[in-house]
Design a protein around this ligand. Structure first.
Ligand code: SF4
Length: 357
């Protein structure tokens, strides 16, 4: 049984680190049920999704993240024409959002990022641009001798609507020192995201878990997101992403030590804890069908999740690291999965506004 005071704090949005650790000791189905109850109270029975397209414009990267299986695999850089072609295809298939990210190219300045935004907005001013991680914003700023604020202002002026809250990994410097020592620090990630929110650019928040971090560090990560949200209100959703341990050095080391990827019950505990720790602060917990697979993603909708993410159209980052759940999912299949969980499918835009027929 979950103690009453812990349930009470979960409902009023004040779950503590100690509560979260105690919740890991209760029977998993009790934990999942609490998260499901909170989800129902917070957002009801709709499960949302977005029709979008992922575009990774280059895999060339000077980064050294040990968990990355994407960088320099093919060494490609999409031309402006190729990007425009992908954008046109996305719009023709009904996408409302373009999610555009890429590697960190040497000698590339802010102009490259602005050119991409202009390529989208010139032809399709109404499509939502969800582009560039905090790491890319940092890269664009430093290579162009601009401040983060100046960079964000330029991006916004040229058509940036929202940003993916990727590059967060685990927001604990001990972990970052091991898995991505050259990436922005915890504090830099917080500062960039906070500046974006202040500039009117909402972001998502992600967490890549299941490598070298502890449960305490996962909880601290989620509490960091909660603290930022209390100050800015700029997160649209939280997206837990299990680490894929294939074709990368961190994963190789794990597999050598006899450690494999996260298990299903562990994933569901992370989703449940995310809902509980973020309750009343971040409304939407997004389930990644790419990482979890379609069947476990459906079950995660019963453990705190209320959003199934996007149709994507192409996905190469998780696939490079061993995900085998596909690159695209149709609206029909997403809705099938949602109805199978006895919930109501609802198409949304990037900012979680409903899109009716
Ligand atoms: S995760 Fe991103 S920044 Fe890091 S090496 Fe891979 S592509 Fe580069």
């Amino acid at each position: 049984m979950i103690p009453e005071d812990i349930v009470e704090r979960a409902y009023n949005g004040t779950t503590t680190r100690e509560d979260a650790l105690e919740l890991l000791e209760v029977k998993p189905f009790e934990l999942y049920a609490l998260a499901d109850d909170l989800r129902k109270e917070a957002v009801g029975d709709n499960v949302t999704y977005v029709v979008n397209r992922n575009i990774n414009f280059t895999d060339r990267c000077i980064g050294t993240c040990g968990f990355c299986a994407f960088k320099d695999k093919k060494g490609y850089l999409l031309s402006q024409d190729q990007i425009r072609e992908k954008i046109d295809e996305a719009v023709a298939s009904g996408a409302t959002e373009l999610c555009i990210q890429g590697g960190l190219m040497e000698d590339v300045k802010l102009d490259l990022y602005l050119d991409i935004l202009r390529a989208v907005k010139e032809d399709h001013p109404h499509i939502h641009t969800h582009c560039f991680s905090p790491m890319e914003v940092y890269h664009a700023a430093t290579s162009s001798d601009l401040t983060i604020e100046e960079t964000l202002a330029e991006l916004k002026k040229n058509g940036l609507n929202t940003m993916p809250g990727t590059a967060a990994e685990i927001l604990v410097d001990r972990v970052r020192e091991i898995i991505c020592p050259e990436k922005i620090t915890r504090q830099q990630w917080i500062d960039i995201v906070t500046s974006a929110h202040k500039a009117g650019i909402s972001t998502t928040a992600t967490m890549m878990y299941g490598h070298v971090e502890t449960w305490e560090e996962r909880i601290d990560h989620i509490l960091t997101i909660r603290d930022i949200q209390k100050k800015t209100g700029g997160f649209t959703e939280f997206v837990p992403l299990p680490f894929m341990p294939y074709n990368n050095t961190i994963g190789d080391q794990m597999l050598k030590e006899g450690k494999f990827m996260t298990t299903g019950t562990e994933d569901l505990k992370v989703y449940s804890l995310a809902r509980i720790l973020l309750n009343t602060h971040v409304k939407n917990i997004q389930v990644s069908w790419v990482k979890l697979g379609k069947k476990l993603a459906q079950v995660a909708l019963l453990c705190g999740g209320n959003d199934l993410g996007g149709t994507l159209m192409e996905e190469s980052i998780s696939r490079s690291a061993g995900a085998s759940n596909g690159e695209v999912i149709s609206v029909e299949e997403l809705e099938w999965i949602i109805r199978g969980a006895e919930r109501t499918p609802a198409q949304r835009d990037t900012l979680y506004r409903s899109i009716s027929e």
